[in-house]
Design a protein around this ligand. Sequence first.
Ligand SMILES: [Zn+2]
Length: 379
Amino acid sequence: MSATLRPSPISATVDFDAQGVQHGFLKLPISIDTSAWGAVMIPITVVANGEGPTALLTGGNHGDEYEGITSLLKLASTLKPEEVRGRVIIVPMMNTPAAEAGKRTSPLDGGNLNRSFPGDPNGGVTSQIADYFTRVLVPMCDVALDLHSGGRTLDIVPFAAAHRLDDLAQENASLAGAVAFGAPYAMMMFELDATKLYDTAVESQGKTFVTTELGGGGTSTPQSLALTERGVRNFLIHYGLMAGEIEKPTEPMVYVDMPDASCYVQSEHSGLLELTVSLGEMVQQGDVLARIHDMSRTGAVPVEYRAQRDGVLIARRFPAKVGMGDTIAVVAEVVESLERAGSLSAPKPALSSAPKPAESHSSAPNPAESHSSAPKPAE
Ligand SMILES: [Zn+2]
């Protein structure tokens, strides 16, 4: 199919084959009320020094996730060629229109970039950006790191993650990078609908891929930025693009797995959210995670939402007002190891080797007062 697609309308002002540091743009032609012959200008930095692998570092896939945006803007301004072996391509704001608007999605076409892959050169602005990554930038790279966080509506414990993949060597290479990133948590992520994710576009090209969630609330903190910057540096060292020692977190890392949809607790009410558990706290199945209060009257009994599984609270809704369908909480399973049993010897089919319960997508445990959660991809 790709053979029949026209070339991307996006042009780069940087030369991807040149040595040294270049700051430039990916230019996407647009014609809008405020600019008839205009362009979306997506900042990009390329730092290259001799032979070596290529790393593609991205933030702002969602425009309100500032941990990645801020750390990559800083890295792009400071990374020197002599620090690099190979080539580092940095795009701090993949969805630049969304980032400029301070929003998750693009104000130009409403596009959620991470639901737009593999993209289309004849599609809307967001789809055209996705297509450029799929067909131009991703093929250039050996390893890719995409920095997400909770944005304005979620707060998430800091973790780096890999996915279960058909290619076990690719899965292990990605998992090793997620662990080397050195966030407080490392995750094996379960996506219920991965079809349109950037993650899938990268992984389907056989590339080593690490994703992250590094905080949230539509801001950053000194702590979240420090661990993001350390993680990016660790990632580059791990894959041989920088010299130096990997800086490990001071506390032991926690390994978490998300085996199925019962990790997600989604609201079937609107009202005022009262979380009763803090991020990083352990819970047991049946524990009350949250109450939703009716704001229209006094004297009403709040609705309780309970954990559908044992685990650790890894994500929570950030704003106190909650609506129907909003994810309130995510509980992940704490595990000893993220590697598949026997993965270093003979590769086996996932079903026989994965140390997890049979995947019950259909009916999660659903006590009367705890409301079922519909499958929803985490990204
Ligand atoms: Zn995101």
